[in-house]
Design a binder for this molecule. Sequence first.
Ligand code: PGA
Length: 249
Amino acid sequence: MSRKMIIAGNWKMNKTPSEARAFVEELKPLVAGADAEVVCCVPAIDIIPAVEAARGSNIVIGAENMYFEEKGAFTGEISPDMLVDAGVTYVILGHSERREYFAETNETVNKKVLKAFEHGLKPIICCGETLTQREQGITIDWIRQQIKIAFLGVTAEQAKAAVIAYEPIWAIGTGKVATAEQAQEVCGAIRSLIREIYGDDTAEAIRIQYGGSVAPKNAGEIFSQPDIDGGLVGGASLKPEFGQVVNWK
Ligand code: PGA
């Protein structure tokens, strides 16, 4: 089975609504012929202008986070219905910055994953190890634990639509990209785990991205690995060079 590549930008806390609109307009012609799904995951307040600017193009808009309750007294949170109504397709869940600065855990990520599927949103589920964990040789165990918990209660049909982003924390925003071998090793282990849980069909369908200092100069080597189906791109997704990452072939 051939999986469609998915290249997603993660804007993090960057770009105002008017900058978002202008950037999506600028990006449209740069990615128009892409042989991959092109996603921009943007701050909540940028979603509506980004969706409007992307209309009629091959760019789809994602969110960077979402809460696991339907509605109510959760000041400052964004619900799944709000995202769906605004035109969002994908939602990043469990990014390492959310885990580190906003106390997200494997358990809250799991609740969010289940809620996203309930509303037809496709989660981009993040996992990744620290440098200490890598040096201790526990990377694969750690990632398996993160993924096992994130997928508790998720059906095989749902899992097929999920995206997993493997992002070694030591490679995020540091310019220290993992080698293609390191990235492939972990992404291959993630696919094996999905095979253990759900079987071959789901393992072949699910898309696994690499993230961490992806840039035009390293995208080709990483994206051509057999178990890597695209990337989650931070810094390089904020500039027109995102078009080069998308057109890596
Ligand atoms: P980076 O961020 O590409 O700037 O390293 C990736 C991410 O955190 O998703």
